[in-house]
Write a protein that binds this ligand. Structure first.
Ligand code: BG6
Ligand code: MG
Length: 216
């Protein structure tokens, strides 16, 4: 088992299932605009910022939209998405995720969130984790979203550790790439389980217990 002083978790699709809410909100917008959108395309948006995601979706449209129209679309999607988030409660945090994180902390690991989402703090509040992590870095604190490593580098810095002492846990190919570029080891879950550049590929969140420990 490798020693990691810090573990940096992505949020959407790793700690909770909000990746599906992103899908539903984008799908509603795409349907309204008559643009084809499916789960496979949604996988390419994992870890990618709101505006970059919109631009990828609009590649399937014959129409060219102005920046003002694009801002309005991004706002509309976020309103659909926020509507879905209001339904979330601590019951949406699975026992497996919470128990695994508690056990990692007991082993001496510091825990952080590294998310591209500007809604990350709101989601953490909804699921009862507002004060749980040693550091939270979200989409409002970074200039470049994944695959740029900025969010993870900042999270490691906030924990006070070097990238080589931290493990990144991700469901996005873009997130694993960000980890690689930043010099972090990574564990891929869900969609990122098929990403060959991840050091570990996990079938379930609790498998983290067999890969990470800390000597602190
Ligand atoms: C990432 C999601 O965590 O956050 C992406 O994987 C999303 O799908 C991105 O686009 C930005 O989220 P938000 O909440 O700021 O629109
Ligand atoms: Mg994710």
């Amino acid at each position: 088992m490798k020693q990691y002083k810090g573990i940096i978790f992505d949020l959407d699709g790793v700690i909770c299932f909000t990746d599906q809410y992103h899908y539903l909100a984008w799908k509603k917008l795409a349907d309204r605009l008559n643009i084809y959108f499916d789960q496979e395309m949604n996988n390419r948006l994992r870890g990618v910022s709101r505006m970059d995601s919109l631009n990828l979706i609009l590649q399937n449209s014959k129409k060219v939209y102005t920046d003002a129209e694009k801002s309005a679309f991004a706002k509309e999607k976020n309103e659909y998405y926020r509507g879905l988030l209001t339904r979330m409660s601590p019951e949406d945090l699975s026992g497996e995720v919470k128990n695994t994180m508690d056990a990692l902390r007991e082993r001496g690991c510091k825990l952080a969130v590294g998310s591209s989402s500007k809604n990350a703090r709101y989601i953490l509040e909804r699921i009862g984790l507002a004060h749980y992590f040693d550091a939270v870095v979200d989409g409002s604190q970074i200039r470049h979203s994944k695959p740029n490593p900025e969010v993870f580098l900042f999270a490691a810095q906030r924990l006070g550790f070097l990238p080589q002492d931290c493990l990144v846990v991700e469901d996005a190919f873009a997130g694993i790439e960000a980890a690689v570029r930043g010099g972090f080891d990574s564990a891929g879950l869900g969609d990122a389980r098929s990403c060959s550049s991840a050091q570990y590929r996990l079938a379930k969140f609790s498998e983290l217990l067999s890969v990470a420990s800390s000597e602190q």
